[in-house]
Design a protein around this ligand. Structure first.
Ligand SMILES: Cc1cc2nc3c(=O)[nH]c(=O)nc-3n(C[C@H](O)[C@H](O)[C@H](O)COP(=O)(O)OP(=O)(O)OC[C@H]3O[C@@H](n4cnc5c(N)ncnc54)[C@H](O)[C@@H]3O)c2cc1C
Length: 297
């Protein structure tokens, strides 16, 4: 568990429970650990030893397919939820009335936008903790810089905890003669990585060279930095009780807060889609005739 999880979670591990491990951390038998120390294991471990990925168009084809035929408004933020009046105020000044609201905003962000919360919900909200990730997407001018899907880096000498290679998921998402990779760097929310400083990318590059992924002669064609402020929910001992208090309150106001960040849990894309399906089924079961909204956004 150490030092990898210290790099990922960015907290003293004694502040966390092991509840999140569940399906995410393989639990090999002692014999497997001993055998693995002697030779490369033949069997694969973990929930994602095999996975499906769209052949063309990147992972966003999933959301594009789900959105087909729906009225989706992008670049529009929910600024305030007037939960007593069942109305959302949007960033363009418009508003949206609702009977049922499904939110995938990080739970703490949703609550921040709901003025007048009951004191026990305010208290539970104050205890929600998370950690941040800077995701660096790199395009490199050399084909097949790795044959792996992704690699974990527990060692402190590397600034990143994981590096992945989307070009190995499908060849259709990288130009010929090039490679693509994502590099994930964990940090506490209040200590963001200084990625605008050229020294930062240099330190990432030097780590990738040390790991023998990049060569000195390699040319980085593209470097795209994506800060993910709320990236991993920290499983503190009081998380479960506080999340239950909050979700129960939201439910009583007609709001379903779902998904990895909405339900404040460690989760993955497949589960997010299933959570959405369950939320839709719950709404149609409680009111089969309801479809109408009154948007003015
Ligand atoms: C570094 C990292 C790597 C990951 N790798 C994998 C992986 O390999 N495989 C996998 O299955 N899962 C992976 N995950 C998890 C996966 O990304 C999540 O489980 C999934 O995105 C959750 O979907 P969601 O719809 O619940 O939330 P999100 O995808 O976070 O969607 C929430 C949406 O709400 C929007 N939003 C926020 N605030 C507002 C507002 N005020 N108004 C309107 N909209 C707002 C956000 O812009 C966002 O689009 C990874 C996560 C991280 C952080």
């Amino acid at each position: 568990m150490k030092p990898y999880n210290e790099k990922l979670w960015q907290v003293d591990l004694s502040e966390m429970t092991a509840e999140w491990c569940g399906m995410f951390v393989p639990q090999p038998k002692v014999e497997d650990v001993v055998a693995g120390s002697k030779r490369r294991p033949h069997t694969s471990f973990g929930y994602n030893a095999t996975f499906l990925y769209p052949k063309k168009g990147g992972i966003q084809v999933l959301s594009q397919a789900l959105a087909r035929g729906l009225d989706v408004r992008l670049n529009l933020a929910a600024e305030e939820i007037q939960w007593r009046d069942k109305m959302v105020r949007a960033s363009n000044g418009g508003s949206l009335d609702y009977d049922s609201l499904v939110s995938t905003l990080p739970l703490a962000e949703l609550l921040k936008r709901m003025p007048g919360l009951p004191p026990e919900v305010e208290a539970a909200k104050a205890k929600l903790r998370y950690t941040s990730v800077l995701c660096i997407n790199l395009g490199v001018k050399r084909a097949k810089i790795s044959d792996k899907s992704w690699i974990y880096f527990p060692e402190k000498q590397f600034p990143f905890y994981r590096v992945g290679f989307p070009m190995n998921f499908t060849p259709h998402i990288v130009p010929k003669g090039c490679s693509s990779m994502y590099v994930e760097v964990g940090h506490p929310p209040d200590k963001p990585a200084d990625h605008k400083n050229p020294k930062f990318l240099k330190s990432i590059r030097s780590g990738l060279e040390k790991a023998k992924i990049l060569r000195k002669s390699d040319k980085i064609l593209v470097a795209d930095f994506i800060p993910i402020r709320c990236a991993y929910v920290i499983y503190t001992p009081e998380r479960k009780k506080n999340v239950e208090t909050i979700l129960k309150f939201l439910e009583s106001t007609g709001i379903q807060s779902i998904g990895r960040y909405g339900a404040w849990k460690y989760s993955f894309m497949e589960e997010a889609i299933m959570d959405g399906k369950k939320a839709a089924e719950k709404i149609s079961a409680s009111n089969p005739a309801s479809t109408s909204l009154s948007p003015s956004v």
